[in-house]
Write a protein that binds this ligand. Sequence first.
Ligand SMILES: Cc1ncc(COP(=O)(O)O)c(C=O)c1O
Length: 436
Amino acid sequence: MKSAQSHYERAKQVLPGGVNSSTRVNRALGVPLYVSHAKGSRVWDIEGREIIDMSCAHGAALLGHAHPAIDDALKKARNMGYVSTFETEYHEELARLVCEYVPCAEKVRFCSSGSEATLHLIRACRGYTGRTKIIRFEGHFHGYHELIYIGGHPPREAFPGNRVHPYIESPGIPEHYADYIIPVPYNDPEALKEVIDRHGNETALVILEPVNFNCGGIKPQPGYLELLRKLTRDTGIVLFFDEIQSSFKKSRGGAQEDFGVKPDVCTIGKSLGGGLPLSAFCGKAEIMDMFQPVGPVQHSGTFNAHLVPILAGLAFLREIAKPGFYEYLRKLETLFDEGIRNIIEDHNLNMIVPRHGARFNIMLGRKTPAFRYEDTFCHDSKVMLNIIKACWEKGVYFHDYGGGPLHHGYSSQHTEEDINRVLNILGEVLKNIAKK
Ligand SMILES: Cc1ncc(COP(=O)(O)O)c(C=O)c1O
């Protein structure tokens, strides 16, 4: 029988750390999850185990794995010759649907990853305003590139000094990139007013995850997004919602529809490609028209908007527009929410599970909602890894992400039976952890 461990040892000889993405080794398992195939809510590992997937490709597989509509899109792409570097009628059709679904989208450009999307849209915001600084929120994540992988998740010991010298999150990013970053605590109106008062006229954009899935699933407090909208509008700063994770999870329009606040621009991604690499950035026409060949700002790439993900994206957007799609997700959400609340109550667990649509976070160490990054320091990553490991042994996969209070979720192909099974397993595991 093939073994994950022996495969991992071989992979390490040719891939740094044995993987192609730093967080792909699940530290609870000690190896990456080596998958032989996937279908619906399940993945099968190379050792032949069938597992309920509660990672769903970090949120990209909202339709589950190998959805028939995506399969048909792939067949269509094959029949068309998999063309890249050309526009087709489907590119326009997809763009029209994005503009119809996403409130702020008047024009849109497609690319492959979330990091690419934030990078290019930040460039457009700077080109549009002629300003350079970026106001961002602690705990929020916007991709791994030099422009923004700064000041998001400073270690506890670098905090709160992070606000004076924004913490550079990876060696290799030159120090001076931090000069452009102004980190602010989320959900703190006074702190926001103060930085906008002080730096408004040199700030190009305020970027945020409206639902902070990348740190505890923290939601905006009532009135906070409205305040942000007003302050940015008054000072000519571009309001940038990074909806790479939140797009399509609860509604077709994303968090901007869910909370009723329209940013100037946004990124969307992950599930957009139905499991294939597709992301997009969109917004007001006057900002999007900053891009060449209309305006001066560069955004180009051989594989931008490759036909295969474009057709998959079209299939995805048609699928989520079908009657009953979000009603079904809401049914799963309610089932999961009630189940997890009962588990927490029955065993008097010190944890919360905030959710937004088909995605939820597990945060240990508190019983009340967190409002900002430092409220999540109570989360115990070691205990989280034990939970992930115990669930894995019982046939449920949660991704590790360093054991942090990060996100998990289900897809439209998860059944109520799947969710009940996950709840039973979580119940058993959490009960045992609580006893220790
Ligand atoms: C809010 C947000 N922005 C940007 C990114 C980066 O996306 P990608 O991993 O596709 O580069 C992510 C990825 O998790 C994300 O959650």
